[in-house]
Design a protein around this ligand. Structure first.
Ligand SMILES: Nc1ncnc2c1ncn2[C@@H]1O[C@H](COP(=O)(O)OP(=O)(O)OP(=O)(O)O)[C@@H](O)[C@H]1O
Length: 601
């Protein structure tokens, strides 16, 4: 009992959410929206009137041949018939015109909403493959929202009015004719309900394969991947992976398609029986003088029309609607996805200290990346985090920046638990230069200002930052100075790995911040640029909380605290002097790098 109530609530909820999305679409341009469907109603009524006029033309023609009527009557009926036929064509054209215009503007709005939502979701959400499937389906759903609305509105304002018109007309001729039409569409509706269930299952099983297919395809086609794929001779292997997934994808689709075809064949058979019985019934009625010859002709024409119409609605439009609805539902659910951030209303304006208490963090894959970490950081601290690959350094930095939330333990900012704080406000106060920084294919200027859009037109600040990061924007390489696009794809220039790293550093420090995290910031820099950055580190981190994640111990002399991590845990914290005395790991690392340096020298 309880269960079914929940299910109903869920359905009501989904319908309300869908309805709200439709209202938002209608609000984009209410007049055009109204006109599109008003002309649909005109189209439906005109189509119905064509049938009525057809009956009159036939009846008056028979009367005329029996000398019971004037030819003027036939002429008049023919004029009406043509008028309604033309009106139907014109109104359907106008309705389509508004519809197409509306399609484009809706797409813009819906995709904007979706991107806005995606930008607000915690980065950890993207670590779950299932969630990436949801986003993939939601994008397709977003693109289909307008199509679904159009199908529903066409049914409400074109097909149903036309059906009601014909149904009333049939009843007025003979009630039996009215009832017999039901034979056409009841079985079709039932088969659609069954089909909807199948499509839902199909989408669930299809989405992961579709995403896999797209990923393999990008390894072959995408510029960022194809060079390495080809150099390493991996193309054949990846094409095989793609082929395998592609086969699985279409095999699965075929299995569902076969089942659907059987349901469809059965519903068509019932339709044909219905169609034949209506024709049989009208022949019986004309023989017994219950309807006129004109009415028979009109019934015959409208039944063919209705049959074509039902075929269009059920075989094509509703089937599409069912398929689309499943995807649109993913879009709506994603828009309504709530990260349970309701208690996180308090914003923080400035961060002067951070305390991590018994922090545990596990990736959705089940990997425990951080275990029981305790750490206090004050404004002015310069902390180096060192440790082997996979020790958890980057994960810890993402927790500090509020990009991930711990599953156990608590992070306090100025003594306030992060679970009570808006994550956005924490993220706003932090900046970072990550190992895998972004290479935005936008201008040099935008690549810097993107971290602080308030200053997007502050060219002086942008130029100062570029100079500070060691990027000579006056160099003739930058054909349009700071407005040069950083991609050959858009008639711009390509940067080297080191130049890109300098851009990422510039972007990181352009922002106004309290926390700065530099995760291997010098990996692509030459030794001179590396040294310059270390010299600047003191300045960048003055009065801030600064964390540098590094394998190069040269940067450590600028830090007042060194944190050694291993296997998700902090195994030691201290100054260089303290650690060189007591930590074997640190000593080995330090002497290994010093030796290498002396040898190279
Ligand atoms: N998105 C992810 N999903 C699942 N596991 C992850 C993810 N990112 C990292 N890990 C795992 O978490 C552990 C810690 O990774 P992390 O990147 O924090 O280490 P790190 O110390 O920064 O390594 P490196 O020095 O190589 O950059 C590793 O075992 C890694 O495989």
């Amino acid at each position: 009992m309880k269960c079914s109530k929940n299910k109903e609530d869920g359905m009501v909820n989904n319908t309300t959410k869908l309805f709200n999305v439709f209202i938002d679409i209608a609000k984009i341009s209410p007049i055009r929206f109204f006109l599109q469907y008003m002309f649909s109603i005109v189209d439906a009524i005109s189509l119905g009137m064509v049938t009525v006029q057809m009956q009159k033309v036939f009846d008056n023609a028979i009367k005329y041949f029996n000398n019971n009527s004037e030819y003027k009557m036939i002429l008049l009926n023919l004029i009406y018939l043509m008028f309604f036929a033309i009106l139907s064509e014109v109104s359907s054209g106008i309705s389509e015109y508004f519809g197409e215009y509306y399609h484009d503007i809706t797409l813009k709005t819906v995709l904007k909403n979706l991107n806005l939502k995606i930008s607000k979701i915690s980065p950890n959400y993207f670590n779950v493959p299932y969630n990436r499937n949801i986003i993939n389906s939601a994008i397709i759903g977003a693109k289909s929202v307008r199509g679904l609305l159009n199908i529903i509105m066409d049914i409400l304002f074109l097909y149903i009015p036309y059906y009601i018109f014909i149904e009333l007309y049939m009843i007025s001729l003979n009630p039996l004719l009215g009832i017999s039409i039901l034979f056409i569409f009841v079985p079709t509706i039932i088969s659609q309900i069954i089909k909807k269930k199948y499509y839902e299952k199909l989408e669930e099983t299809h989405a992961p394969l579709r995403r896999e297919k797209e990923i393999y395809s990008s390894y072959i086609k995408n510029k960022n991947y194809l060079k390495e794929t080809r150099t390493l001779g991996a193309t054949k292997y990846i094409i095989n992976l793609f082929k395998k997934t592609n086969y699985n994808y279409y095999d699965l689709k075929l299995i569902y398609q076969r089942k659907l075809n059987k349901i469809e064949a059965l519903s068509k058979l019932i339709n044909i029986i219905g169609y034949m019985s209506i024709l049989g019934l009208s022949i019986y009625l004309i023989i017994n003088n219950k309807i006129t010859v004109g009415a028979f002709a009109a019934v015959y024409a409208s039944i063919s029309n209705l049959f074509g119409l039902f075929e269009e609605i059920f075989e094509y439009r509703l089937q599409n609607a069912v398929e689309i609805f499943v995807k649109v539902k993913k879009y709506i659910n994603f828009l309504n996805y709530d990260e349970k951030l309701k208690n996180r209303k308090n914003a923080i304006d400035e961060i002067s200290n951070i305390e991590l208490k018994n922090i545990f963090f596990m990736y959705p894959s089940g990997k425990m990346a951080i275990e029981n970490i305790n750490l206090k950081i004050e404004k002015g601290d310069r902390i180096a985090i060192i440790g082997k690959n996979g020790a958890g350094k980057t994960t810890l930095s993402k927790l500090i920046l509020g990009l991930y939330s711990p599953q156990r333990g608590e992070i306090y900012y100025n003594g306030i638990a992060s679970s009570l704080l808006s994550l956005d406000s924490i993220r706003r106060r932090g900046t970072a230069v990550f190992q895998n920084f972004n290479k935005y294919k936008i201008s040099l200027k935008e690549n810097i200002s993107v971290s602080d859009m308030k200053n997007e037109n502050n060219e002086e600040k942008i130029k100062d930052t570029l100079n500070y990061a060691g990027i000579n924007y006056n160099n003739k390489k930058f054909i349009n100075g700071i407005n040069t696009i950083l991609s050959k794809e858009f008639d711009g220039v390509e940067l080297s790995g080191g130049q890109w790293q300098k851009v990422a550093i510039g972007r990181g420090i352009f922002k106004d911040y309290d926390i700065i995290i530099l995760d291997e910031p010098t990996a692509a820099l030459d030794p001179i640029a590396e040294n310059e950055l270390y010299e600047k580190f003191e300045e960048i981190s003055k009065g801030k909380i600064a964390i540098i994640i590094t394998h190069r111990l040269a940067s450590i002399k600028y830090c007042n605290k060194i944190v050694i991590m291993d296997n998700g845990k902090i195994i030691d914290i201290g100054t260089h002097k303290e650690l060189i005395n007591r930590s074997e790991y640190y000593r080995n690392l330090w002497y290994a790098q010093s030796e290498l340096y002396i040898k190279n020298k």
